[in-house]
Design a protein around this ligand. Structure first.
Ligand code: HEC
Ligand code: HEC
Length: 243
């Protein structure tokens, strides 16, 4: 028993020392328990880089640009680091009962990768496109699409299917502040990317008509009917155009 006691005391001292050492190193933990050991912090950090498809520099600053020995991990300079604290709290809340209640599965859990799936920002493709149109214009959005397609096609990070831009196109085509040119650019992009899909041609035709380009609309609807002679929306529009 005495030996056990001694062992326990030694262990306590070792733990105190470790805590002191880690407190010295870990200067700015606000969501993790303050006394989390460096090794445990780094293990989580490595998981995050994989879950988001990024490097440590996504959230942490280098004090000397380009010098990977000059990280200031305690600094909160990068907005991504601050956003991440919100994400950590959100995950804690979801895993602290909300998800178990919602599913009836006591062990239901989310982690970063559940939503992020290798992306720094897990917004859907139509959300990315809409935001890019609004911030940088339709040309940039189309360029962004091609870049994302090159990088992520086949990886399940984004839906590059024929209908996936529809919500963004509809949003851009509606309302007082509609941006018909941007809606048309995205519809034409979808039509080009999916040359066998009649639906996108019909969409292009509708948008051209809305812009007052009747001959363009007719050409697009004819193309849609070539692809799918029974397409109801195309037939209806063709009739409308003939009047
Ligand atoms: C997605 C953002 C993100 C990525 C990527 C990331 N970190 Fe962090 N890191 C954080 C956040 C947020 C904290 C603070 C957590 C808290 O407040 O509890 C942190 C804290 C740390 C700390 C503790 C600093 C201190 O003294 O308080 C270290 C060390 C660290 N990260 C190292 C790394 C390393 C190494 C990598 C790459 C393998 C990395 N991080 C990648 C967001 C990130
Ligand atoms: C329930 C889903 C979900 C989980 C779980 C989740 N995130 Fe997020 N995260 C999102 C969404 C959605 C956005 C993008 C919001 C937007 O900009 O539209 C986001 C944005 C972010 C951003 C900012 C991206 C940017 O471009 O500004 C960071 C950084 C981030 N998450 C890190 C994390 C980390 C690290 C974890 C795990 C601790 C995590 N997230 C867990 C859904 C999630």
């Amino acid at each position: 028993m005495t030996l056990g006691k001694t062992k326990a005391a030694v262990l306590a001292v070792v733990m105190m020392l470790a805590a002191a050492a880690s407190a010295e190193e870990m200067k700015n933990l606000q969501v993790f328990p303050k006394d989390t050991e460096k090794g445990a912090v780094i293990d989580v950090m490595k998981k995050w880089t994989g879950a988001l498809g990024v490097n440590c520099t996504h959230c942490h600053v280098l004090t000397v640009p380009g010098d990977y020995d000059s990280f200031d991990f305690a600094s909160d300079e990068k907005p991504e680091k601050k956003t991440t604290r919100g994400m950590m709290r959100m995950v804690q809340q979801l895993n602290g009962g909300m998800l178990a209640n919602a599913t009836g599965e006591a062990d239901a859990k989310v982690s970063c990768v559940t939503c992020h799936r290798g992306l720094p920002n897990p917004a859907t493709l139509d959300q990315v496109m809409l935001k890019t149109v609004q911030k940088k214009g339709a040309d940039e959005a189309v360029a962004r699409y091609h870049k994302l397609h090159d990088r992520y096609y086949g990886r399940g990070s984004y839906d590059f299917g024929p209908d996936s831009l529809m919500p963004a196109i509809e949003k851009l085509a509606q309302g007082d502040d509609a941006d018909l040119d941007a809606a048309l650019a995205l519809a034409q992009l979808a039509a080009e990317e999916h040359p066998d899909n009649a639906g996108n041609q019909v969409l292009v035709a509708h948008l051209l008509l809305k812009k007052g380009d009747k001959s363009g609309a007719t050409a697009a609807v004819d193309k849609a009917l070539e692809l799918d002679p029974q397409n109801r929306r195309a037939l209806r529009l063709k009739q409308q155009l003939g009047q």
